[in-house]
Design a protein around this ligand. Structure first.
Ligand code: C5J
Length: 226
């Protein structure tokens, strides 16, 4: 087992049963002109975590541990977009409308792509999801079962929406989850802080949190011992 100094207490994972899930690091959330921007958010907050997420992905690739990416988005015919979702918010452009990076949150459009700095490499699975959670209406659970994963390290955006929803879905399915604090971000600092608190409250009721440095240190200790 590898043990990470985490909150609310140490997080241990078997290195042959861990996977990284990088949630929705898409241009539509991170770049001007995308979905996040049309909702009136400051996307610079999200762009700032790209180097940390890249370092986390690099660690998993170096160790040969699975990296899974997710993308929130919809079919071009909008058949998987509930009217309730399209109707929410007060955006300048709605999901499916034409924006500067193509149609907002539509599969195949430029804005739907993962930012180039974090692009998946050959062999890494990309899960397309129509909802906020990564398990709803996707093949993620079946894929994790097939490759024998019990522990998930989680990163991405936004902390209180797709990241938290995914972590709660995973927790209910029996996974032990570690959220990397500096590899996740929200458009709202207070929402990020509250989400981290909620996750680790009541003895890790949803899971654990730790900075990337703590995971890196734990893996280095294991490398030295091996
Ligand atoms: C949102 C997400 N915030 N990926 N999506 O609508 O968190």
């Amino acid at each position: 087992m590898i043990t990470v100094e985490a909150a609310p207490f140490s997080y241990s994972f078997p290195p042959d049963k861990v996977a990284l899930i990088v949630i929705d690091m898409q241009r539509d959330f991170v770049e001007p002109g995308g979905f996040g921007d049309t909702l009136g958010n400051d996307v610079a907050r999200l762009k700032a975590i790209i180097p940390t997420v890249a370092a986390l992905i690099g660690l998993f690739r170096e160790k040969g541990w699975p990296v899974i990416h997710t993308r929130e988005g919809h079919r071009p015919d909008l058949s998987d977009l509930p009217p309730a979702k399209r109707g929410r918010g007060n955006p300048t452009l709605r999901i499916g409308d034409e924006g500067p990076m193509g149609r907002i949150l539509i599969q195949g459009e430029a804005g739907h792509a993962i930012v180039p700095e974090l692009a998946p490499v050959e062999g890494e699975i990309v899960i397309d999801k129509p909802g906020k959670g990564s398990f709803y209406a996707t093949g993620l659970a079946a894929h994790l079962a097939r490759i024998g994963i019990t522990h998930l390290v989680i990163a991405g955006v936004t902390t209180e929406v797709c990241v938290q929803t995914t972590m709660r879905e995973a927790n209910d399915r029996g996974f032990d989850c570690l959220l990397i604090e500096d590899a996740t971000e929200s458009y709202f600092a207070a929402f990020k802080a509250a989400t981290l608190d909620m996750i680790r409250a009541q003895g890790a009721i949803v899971g654990w949190t730790a900075p990337l440095a703590a995971l890196v240190a734990a893996v280095a200790r294991e490398n030295e011992a091996a």
